[in-house]
Design a binder for this molecule. Structure first.
Ligand code: HEM
Length: 521
């Protein structure tokens, strides 16, 4: 790239020829003057000068990446060598340190704390994912969210990186077209690897992106993998994990949400097929799904009469329509109708009338996914708030110098760190506790932890929004992530078991376990 001296740049100082310097990079902003959302005059005031401070004050990193860099014409002499490296130190030389060391912007194990939970494979995974997410997802995340669509080729790229394969727990090697991320073998894959995958993607600060990539897949495919026949697994698993087909889970209905056992979608036994009629609502990734793992009533009332069927879009009578919702843009939230759909008996997942058991089994995995996401999204609020408080000047001081702002940050941090520590301790149980006792021992704590994580997320989104002020009320720009996250909180606090149901379930389960343990109550 061409090098210039500050004196050379200073000559480009008028409306017809306007250059500026930001962080030792030289930009020709002449063609951008009348398009600049902040105004022409403000740019002309710094024409030919170093405007690094002003740029940092009003823009986020994505603006430099997407709009600034295409205007770059050179660097300040020797800056190619002097330029600050992107990261404080190359991660490879910094032990387990990952990220920019923004206070609490990453889990403590990434910021020089010792941890009993992670080995080199976890750090390798984190580093590789971070580079992938920062290059392929983060710069365009806001645009996809505003367009309410994640391009197919992005989903394919994520599949090729192994991200889709990583979203469904333990997947047999034969169904993983691209293996797992960072070359990790299936036998070595554990709950912490899964958490790191979600954690790194969630750094984009968009639940819609996460759900648009894998929100349906991570809950729709596991029942097929765990309980479906080889025929069904062969039919769907590889294509879905390759990002070529999509699958979703259809449980919630207009008349049955938390009350799963009350669902009404009917699958009538017609001999060699089921005739399915009913409606499903708020189905993530349903809009473009090729396959639907659907809870239907095959027996009497209540939980004993529910079965899971794999319904295919190609079957006549399946219709999906886009729902207009508050957030999670790009995740394909849909309303689905099944009208006289003939579903072959070979598409029954597991045994007839055992569906409720499968759904409940699946819920712990689903809830852990929600917890991992909500905890990182809350952390994004902390990170953004810390960064902004360190640059925003109010009453002659940086925001961080105001005790009231430090108080807000303190409350945010203590909740995120407590939630993350509880999550890690729970994942350690998933890795080490015998599988057969996990549903009874972990169902309650996972339910309570889900409520803990979503309330933490809600608190942090609110407090970060207060710190960002009007910027968090504005779509795009510096408060972009906070504005989006504030709208996405409900998508975490309600589905997968609302906070109210979770808190109640957690205590009921505790009573059950206490009885089994002959607790002296
Ligand atoms: C490469 C150079 C620059 C580019 C590509 C650029 C781009 C942008 C963009 C995309 C926005 C809209 C941000 C939003 O949606 O919130 C914006 C806003 C703004 N820019 Fe720039 N800008 C540049 C340089 C500057 C400089 C040097 C200054 C100050 C001297 C400046 C001052 C502002 C201001 C005051 C706003 C409005 C901020 C707000 O809405 O809160 N810009 N700029």
């Amino acid at each position: 790239m061409q090098t210039y001296t500050a004196e050379q740049v200073a000559a480009h100082n008028n409306e017809k020829d306007c250059w500026i310097i930001v962080d030792n990079k030289v930009f020709d902003v002449t063609p951008f003057l009348s398009e600049h959302p902040g105004g022409k005059k403000i740019l002309l005031k710094v024409a030919g000068k170093d405007a690094s401070k002003q740029f940092a004050q009003f823009h986020n990193a994505q603006i430099m990446e997407n709009i600034g860099l295409p205007l770059q014409v050179g660097v300040i002499g020797g800056a190619a060598h002097q330029a600050k490296p992107e990261k404080a130190k190359p991660v490879a030389e910094a032990g387990n340190r990952v990220g920019d060391m923004i206070p609490y912007g990453d889990p403590t194990d990434c910021q020089d704390w010792n941890s009993p939970y992670y080995n080199e494979s976890h750090y390798k995974l984190r580093r590789e994912l971070r580079a992938f997410v920062e290059k392929e997802l983060m710069p365009n995340c806001h645009m996809w969210s505003e367009n309410k669509e994640i391009p197919r080729e992005v989903i394919k790229k994520c599949a090729e990186f192994g991200i889709l394969g990583a979203a469904c727990g333990h997947v047999p090697e034969e169904y993983l077209p691209y293996g797992l991320p960072a070359g990790i073998k299936t036998k070595d894959w554990d709950a912490f690897h899964e958490m790191i995958c979600i954690d790194e993607i969630a750094r984009c600060g968009s639940g819609g992106l996460l759900w648009g990539l894998q929100g349906g897949l991570s809950i729709g495919l596991p029942p097929v993998l765990l309980f479906g026949s080889k025929y069904l697994q062969d039919k769907v698993a590889r294509d879905c994990l390759a990002g070529d087909k999509r699958i979703c889970l259809g449980i919630t209905e207009p008349h049955a949400g938390s009350d799963v056992a009350g669902l009404k979608t009917e699958a009538k036994d017609m001999g060699d097929y089921y005739l399915v009629n009913g409606e499903k609502k708020w189905i993530t990734q349903g809009l473009e799904a090729d396959y639907f793992t659907v809870a239907c009533r095959t027996g009497g009332n209540g939980m004993a009469g529910v079965s899971l069927l794999l319904i295919e879009r190609s079957m006549p009578g399946v219709t999906t329509r886009k729902m207009d919702v508050m957030g999670m843009f790009g995740s394909g939230t849909s309303y689905i109708t099944f009208e006289d759909v003939k579903v072959p008996k070979s598409n029954l997942i597991g045994k007839e009338n055992d569906g409720f058991k499968y759904i409940m089994y699946n819920f712990n995995h689903e809830r852990l996914g929600i917890i991992m996401q909500a905890t990182r999204l809350a952390r994004v609020c902390v990170e953004e708030a810390f960064k902004y408080s360190n640059k925003r000047m109010v009453f002659g001081k940086k925001l961080i110098e105001q005790p009231v702002i430090r108080n807000k940050l303190g409350h945010m941090v203590r909740q995120v760190e407590a939630t993350h520590a509880w999550l890690e301790s729970t994942l350690y149980q998933i890795n080490t506790m015998p599988a057969q006792v996990q549903p009874i021992r972990l169902g309650g704590p996972i339910a309570l932890l889900k409520a803990q994580s979503t309330q933490t997320f809600e608190f942090c989104a609110r407090e970060a929004a207060q710190i960002f002020g009007g910027l968090s009320y504005t779509r795009g720009g510096q408060g972009e992530k906070i504005e989006r996250l504030y709208r996405e909180v409900r998508a975490y606090a309600i589905p997968g078991g609302s906070e109210e149901i979770m808190l109640d379930l957690g205590v009921r389960q505790a009573q059950k376990v206490a009885a089994l343990n002959h607790a002296k109550l």
